[in-house]
Design a protein around this ligand. Structure first.
Ligand code: GLV
Length: 324
């Protein structure tokens, strides 16, 4: 039986299948967590990692029998992909199944910030509500506002389609042309600067790589409209969190809705006390059904790889390598 390491416990159905098919080691249940577990089981052939687990070059190099890393996430910036490709270790992720859940959450953040939901909730709980007022907690109108989608992949598109139902106008920035999306949905591809300057709401849907570290910097926040909303459900290091906190504190933006953080799980102290920041604990894909499907997808990937087959959900870098 092949030995497989699962970094943390997840959906029972998936754990049960793993136990039936493999010699399963759950790193969480061992002293020292995943790094120690990888050292203790260098003969493992499969690894199921979470987005919060760094799987670096040294770890990949040390596990001599490793054939597959199945990441329990669509993003895989926690893995040293270059080293995995070099060592012929397959890498898979969990695309598609989490698209709708994540787009729902992005839209929920847009609504929460625009209509100041958390401030309203805190106000009610504080006993401050003594009757209807004409100017109480005024928010921003979404109908007719421009939503700028940065990164028009699956989740970006699903978010845009939701926003369109709220009457928002959509523009997007993407490195590669998306003629089908422009034609089918009438969403306009614009330059990054055009988007930043014109959007009332900017929503990030890019994968993280060092090339886009701090794409949203002090200078970029300064170019945004003074009453714009910034939403990040992608990856924290795409933004300079301190610069964002400073812009929000000075009311240079209307508000921000964040599900991800630059130094996760830490959160900038200023952000934590600002009422115009809505903060969630990385919940993008967090519905029961989606997380179950993601977990089962990782089992399927490990099963396929260890049976010598090509896993269906290889990351794009691996698909590219196999084309050559
Ligand atoms: C969540 O952030 C994911 O990448 O799946």
């Amino acid at each position: 039986m092949h030995k497989v390491i699962l970094a943390h416990r997840y959906h029972d159905d998936a754990v049960e299948r793993l136990r039936r098919e493999f010699r399963l080691v759950i790193a969480d249940e061992e002293e020292g967590g995943l790094p120690e577990c990888m050292r203790r089981h260098p003969d493992a052939e499969g690894l199921i990692s979470f987005l919060s687990d760094p799987v670096d070059a040294a770890a990949i190099g040390a596990m001599k029998n490793l054939k597959i890393i199945a990441n329990f996430a669509v993003g895989y910036n926690n893995i040293d992909v270059g080293r995995a490709l070099e060592r012929n270790v397959l890498v898979t992720h969990t695309p598609d199944v989490l698209t709708h859940a994540t787009a729902d959450l992005a839209m929920a953040l847009v609504l929460a910030v625009a209509r100041r939901l958390l401030e309203g909730d805190a106000f009610m709980r504080s006993g401050g509500f003594h009757g209807w007022q004409a100017d109480l907690l005024l928010g921003k109108e979404l109908s007719g506002a421009i939503l700028g989608i940065v990164g028009m992949g699956r989740i970006g598109l699903a978010t845009a389609l939701r926003a369109r139902a709220f009457g928002m106008k959509i523009v997007f920035y993407s490195r590669s042309p998306k003629p089908l999306i422009e034609k089918k949905h009438g969403f306009a591809r614009v330059t990054f600067l055009e988007l930043i300057r014109s959007a009332d709401v900017v929503s990030l849907h890019l994968p993280y790589s060092p090339g886009v570290h701090h794409l949203f910097s002090h200078d970029v926040f300064a170019l945004m409209k003074k009453d714009a909303i910034f939403i990040n459900t992608a990856r924290g290091p795409l933004m300079d969190e301190q610069a964002l906190a400073a812009a929000l504190e000075k009311n240079e933006l209307f508000g921000a809705g964040l599900d991800v953080y630059e130094h996760e799980p830490a959160v900038n102290d200023t952000l934590r006390r600002l009422p115009n920041a809505t903060l969630l604990p990385h919940l993008g894909s967090a519905t029961g059904e989606t997380r179950r499907q993601m977990a089962l997808m990782t089992v399927q990937s490990v099963r396929q790889a260890l049976a010598g087959k090509r896993p269906r959900h290889l990351i794009p870098e691996w698909k590219e390598k196999l084309k050559k």
